[in-house]
Ligand binder design. Structure first.
Ligand code: ASP
Ligand code: MG
Length: 410
């Protein structure tokens, strides 16, 4: 008898029929003799609706109240799933994050889990019950309810899997697994049988929406195998784990894109120690994420500095750097909102040279201009014009042989 954690996303529990469907799937796993803990997201777009509602009440809702409000979405789906399971003869109990012992930092809106005390969960499992845990939430030392940031139920599921030493974490949504590229823009995209934590983390952090990056990171740290599949059919999914095989022919694993980028260039910055710190410190304090920073070599003591942020953060980022620009005596700034980033990922890059050259040549052949570049050991990211994302992704997918991956392998 294995202990299994299953997680169902918002689309999978978006109405009564779907909740009943999930109950059947949970029952069938339970009937095979497994202990099952289920983590659920809020139904459909509930979280978005709750956020909109709060903003109808006031412009700047209090953070603590916001978290309490948002946590209710997952409570609703948990209780309904417990009812659906009882209705088909399976003992089940739903638990809030607090009841499940999920402790977090006291940081509303994006708290990190600090510890889990699974006592109550284990007690319920021992009674033969399926335990349903409301995703995306925890509690502080003061017993205030916190949330883990958008998409945080994935993190709940992986953290619980680690704490319960589950055999694996099964994550079900409306997509069948991890693909070599977004199938909506690359019809030839293939589903991967497996992928390593490192590769998945790069893909997820650079725009692949399939899995929350924090959850992948936790999976890697605690070595929790994560199986990603659809809750709507029984097609084979993708296993994210530690020892994914090196792909045949040193192929790439996948291409991620993110069309929600903006860049800011600070012009005429004096080239002396402390300048970057002065510019970026206020943005870090405001928790604005920058993922590419490029500084040109200086000529006659001044330089330009460019960084990228999510489009939604552009306004705030400019507000935060403007005072520093004035103070440093820099010339000013320009911005561009119509950017995207495209990333190729594969651990084969570590051992084989030539990926960058092939990628640049491919982009050149389709006439895509590279505005900025950033890399890791297993990733190359180009910042390009937003309107060229589809062409660039398709061309790279083909150039690196991903179109022709055999369906089974892929
Ligand atoms: N309901 C939350 C959200 O929509 C958390 C989640 O779905 O994982 O972001
Ligand atoms: Mg959701």
């Amino acid at each position: 008898m294995a202990r299994i954690v299953q997680k169902y996303g918002g689309t999978s529990v978006s109405n009564a029929d779907r909740i009943r469907n999930v109950a059947q799937r949970v029952l069938s796993t339970r009937s095979k003799g497994n202990d099952v803990v289920v983590v659920v997201s809020a139904m459909g777009d509930t979280t978005d609706h709750l956020i909109a509602l709060a903003h109808q009440i006031c412009k700047n809702p209090d953070e603590r109240e916001m978290d309490l409000l948002l946590s209710t979405g997952e409570l609703v789906s948990s209780a309904l799933l417990a009812m659906a399971l009882r209705n088909i003869g399976q003992e089940a109990v739903s638990l809030s994050g607090l009841q499940a012992g999920i402790k977090t930092e006291a940081r509303f809106g994006r708290a990190r889990i600090t510890s889990i005390d699974p006592k109550r969960i284990i007690k319920e499992l021992d009674k033969g019950r399926v335990v349903i845990v409301a995703g995306f939430q925890g509690f502080t030392d003061e017993l205030d309810v916190t949330t883990l940031g958008r998409g945080g139920s994935d993190t709940t599921a992986v953290a619980l899997s680690a704490s319960l030493e589950a055999a694996r974490c099964e994550r079900f949504t409306d997509v069948e697994g991890v693909y070599t590229a977004d199938p909506r823009i690359v019809p030839e995209a293939r589903k991967l049988k497996d992928i390593s934590y490192d590769e998945m983390l790069e893909l997820a952090s650079y725009g692949a929406k399939v899995m929350h990056p924090r959850a992948v990171e936790l999976g890697g740290v605690y070595n929790v195998p994560i199986f990603v599949a659809s809750s709507f059919n029984s097609a084979p999914g993708t296993l994210i784990h530690g020892d994914a095989l090196m792909e045949p022919g040193n192929k790439l694993r996948g291409i991620a894109h993110d069309s929600d980028m903006a860049k800011v260039t600070v012009l005429g910055v004096p080239d002396r120690p402390g300048v970057a710190a002065a510019l970026f410190e206020p943005m870090c304090a405001a928790q604005i994420r920058m993922d590419t920073i490029v500084q040109n070599t200086s000529t006659s003591g001044v330089t330009d500095l460019t960084f990228t942020v999510a489009q939604g953060d552009l306004h705030k980022a400019i507000q935060k750097v403007e005072p520093a620009i004035k103070e440093l005596g820099a010339k000013g700034w320009t911005s561009d909102e119509k950017l995207a980033k495209i990333s190729i990922v594969g651990s084969a890059m570590k051992k084989t040279p030539g990926y960058a050259a092939r990628a640049f040549q491919t982009l050149y052949e389709v006439g895509v201009n590279i505005e900025m570049l950033t890399t890791s050991e297993i990733r190359i990211t180009a910042i390009i014009d937003k309107t060229r994302v589809v062409d660039a992704t398709r061309a790279l997918h083909k150039a690196f042989g991903l179109d022709s991956l055999d369906k089974d392998q892929g």
